[in-house]
Design a protein around this ligand. Structure first.
Ligand code: SF4
Length: 367
């Protein structure tokens, strides 16, 4: 709140938007329930104190938009298994390295024990590593929503064109409309509106969510991640909620269009196909929610070489699976701030830089 107050002193627009939202909300009898899909939005809300500034008129429910948090345990075990194989260089994006399995083993601890595990800042680095290490098998463990999928698709197209044999990709790419559809179908609609993902929508376009908003009769406003972006999106969303208008609306117009990035969508379509089912952490198998490599890319498909471990989810008191559905808040977890802290994380929501538990710990304190 202090940050937001500081901002509103400096920026008249922040002050104006905040008071406009407050005005809209002054007649409400019970809190307006808003889900922010992205972990990035959760962090912005808490960092700038938007949640407190709009309380008690608005209650925020944190959504599943943290790709590292939703990686299932059997996929995590697959990563750990592959990283320990002889003559393998294991590559992936940063956050995944710190996620522990149920025995506390992480890619980071394996790296400390001498395994060749490398953190990438972009997918194409995996190709460079493969070319400079022809005697090794380089595995790119690809994670992320539609934001990072085009980069993996591009990597695969170039790898195929250059006929590089020693690079394999294990795809854990996920589809965001499918998870929203699943959550509301399973739990019923317990919110009034959604703050939609900004970066994902820049790729797939706002239209991609129209099926969900029509089916569950909800408004969604696509938002950027700065506090002003979020205030603008919240104002529009509250208006749409009161007008009882469902549909997808764009507040993040400098990055998002209705159709999205056509080239990126075509690229994804050439390389990936939708899986019938894909496991999500704490949620189980979700139909049509993940992407696999098409047959034309089977020579580079890591899933054809490495068997996926068949392990069931063990929670040991971690509520991540429930938090990711917006059905519990981090502080409801008995381990929060006690056994589970950023220094001693138990679940992915405390590890990932986009995780809701980390956001609460950083911005709301440990108790
Ligand atoms: Fe899981 Fe830790 Fe969050 Fe609890 S506080 S839900 S154990 S990540």
């Amino acid at each position: 709140v202090k940050t937001l107050l500081k901002l509103s002193k400096k920026h008249t627009l922040v002050k104006k938007l905040l008071s406009q939202i407050k005005d809209l909300l002054k007649e409400v009898e019970k809190p307006v329930r808003i889900m922010e899909f992205c972990g990035g939005h959760t962090h912005s809300l808490l960092k700038y104190g938007l949640d407190v500034a709009l309380s008690p008129e608005v209650e925020f429910f944190h959504g599943p938009g943290c790709p590292v948090c939703v990686l299932s345990l059997n996929r995590l075990e697959l990563a750990l298994k592959v990283a320990q194989e002889k003559d393998v260089i294991f590559t992936t994006y940063g956050d995944l390295l710190r996620i522990p399995n149920s025995e506390g083993i992480s890619l980071l601890s394996l790296r400390a024990a001498g395994k060749d595990i490398r953190m990438l800042s972009n997918a194409m680095e995996a190709l460079k590593i493969a070319k400079t290490n022809p005697s090794k098998l380089v595995v790119f463990f690809a994670i992320g929503f539609e934001t990072t999928t085009p980069a993996t698709a591009f990597l695969l197209e170039i790898t195929k064109a250059e006929k590089i044999p020693n690079l394999k990709v294990i795809s854990n790419h996920l589809l965001t409309p499918a998870i929203l559809n699943y959550i509301f179908k399973k739990n019923g609609v317990y919110i009034d509106g959604i703050i939609g993902p900004g970066h994902v929508s820049a790729i797939i376009g706002a239209k991609a969510y129209e099926g969900v908003t029509a089916k569950f009769n909800l408004p969604m406003v696509i938002s950027g991640f700065e506090p002003l972006d979020m205030l603008l999106a919240l104002k529009l969303l509250v208006e749409k909620i009161f007008q009882r208008e469902n549909g997808v609306f764009i507040a993040y117009t400098r990055a998002v269009t209705c159709e999205g990035n056509q080239k990126a969508k075509e690229l994804m379509g050439r390389v990936f196909k939708v899986r019938k089912n894909f496991p999500w952490r704490g949620l189980g198998d979700i139909p049509f929610s993940g992407l696999a490599l098409k047959e034309e890319y089977e020579a580079w498909d890591g899933e054809r070489i490495f068997e996926i471990p068949d392990i069931s989810e063990v929670s040991k008191g971690c509520l991540c699976g429930i938090i990711l559905q917006g059905k519990a808040k981090p502080k409801e977890c008995k381990l929060f701030g006690k056994l589970c802290t950023p220094g001693t994380p138990i679940g992915p929501c405390m590890v990932s830089s986009e995780g809701a538990c980390l956001a609460y710990f950083k911005y709301k304190g440990s108790l």
